[in-house]
Ligand binder design. Sequence first.
Ligand code: PA5
Length: 466
Amino acid sequence: MTISLDYTNMMAPPINGAITPSEWDNAVSAFSAAHGAVDAQHRAGTLGFLDLPRNQVLHQQSLEFVTSLRARGSYPTDVVVLGIGGSALGPIALRTALKAPQWNLLDDAARRGEPRLHVLDNVDPANISALLGRLDLSRSLFVVTSKSGGTAETMAQYLIIRARLADALGDDEGRKHLVFVTDPEKGALRAIARADGVTALDIPANVGGRFSVLTPVGLLPAALAGMDTAALLAGAADMQARCESSTLSENIAGVFAALQFLADTVHGRHIQVLMPYSDALRDMADWFVQLWAESLGKHRTPGDTGVGPTPMGALGATDQHSKVQLFMEGPGDKTVTFISVNEGGVDVEIPSLHKDIPELAYLGGHRLSELLDIERRATAGALARRGRPNMTLSLDRVDAWHLGGLFMFLELATAYAGHMYGVDAFNQPGVELGKQFTYAMLGRNDADEARKEWNLLPQSDPSRVL
Ligand code: PA5
């Protein structure tokens, strides 16, 4: 079982205009400093995500909750996560990677008693209404996930669900169909849990939303849906052990962070694409995009122009017929990180039909996994040929162990990159003003200052509206 990174095509040579040996030599000390800083933060108790792989007490919270549901004899057919950002993207990535394709469309027999897993990560009324229209509330469990316990979107969803449950089942019974995942002490959700006796699992105070997938944010939905949470944590622990060294060449997450940092800041490769060649990993790309964007895109000092790479997701081979044209011939401002999977599990052989038609004949006898892998290698080679830097992360297979390792790899890389950029990777001050304006317009009592600021904004100019 392993995860490896081949970064040959990020370097010059072979790629003209890519990272030079002397730039890479300089990155050694920059990385060592970043590693030391992450270590110091961890020892100071602020980087709780690094404690999660060994936190069996927290792991048990999710397992015990699942056991208690089974003991009650009321195991749900549908689990619905209500959450947004870091409270949603991890569960979505887990479902896509570790459950069978089209999981929510399988019938009860095919799901072998495991529930469908829905994640509502927006407040678009069409989607919520459609799901509520289909669910049997008496056989559904709603996992309300919010670290702060007060995010407007998640709280709006919660209010709708709480009222629907009370209407359908009565408030006492309805509450049994709720479980909260939130801060152990703070926030409205924790207060409601205490007041109303709703079970609430913990997101440790020192773990931020986008670093929380290995808390009950990800572990509870995973355990409810029958995923191997112990293997997830074991894979993460293995990756963490591989990243103990402050020597760049020995630290796989450090190498990824340093390559992306140099590519962005020295070579103008500001856009960083993550492109799995695996449908199971397609939502990992979205999870990474949030992690990289919200952690690294920010001001170093108040009022400066801001730093940070722009992450982008893509899917192979699908996006070879979409974004790859841009990657090949558009501005040379990108890196592409492919993810390959060595053993795909199920495979399908392509039948040898139409032997007299050259456009089809060469396909016969090959397997789909072979076609997918060859297309990845061909795309990487084509990019290299055009001087476009790229690297390849290889996973032996898509399972809980490798997924845990991948989460930890990208989280650690983000923490290191934060220090290289000179930003705090663990805050998100840039989203605050928009939230305050939302509160102001919705009439929240404590939003007077934001309301004044909102009212000073320029009004829409009718001459500029078509
Ligand atoms: O990474 C983050 O901190 C954010 O993306 C949060 O996850 C998101 O804003 C949701 O916040 P909360 O979990 O507090 O509802």
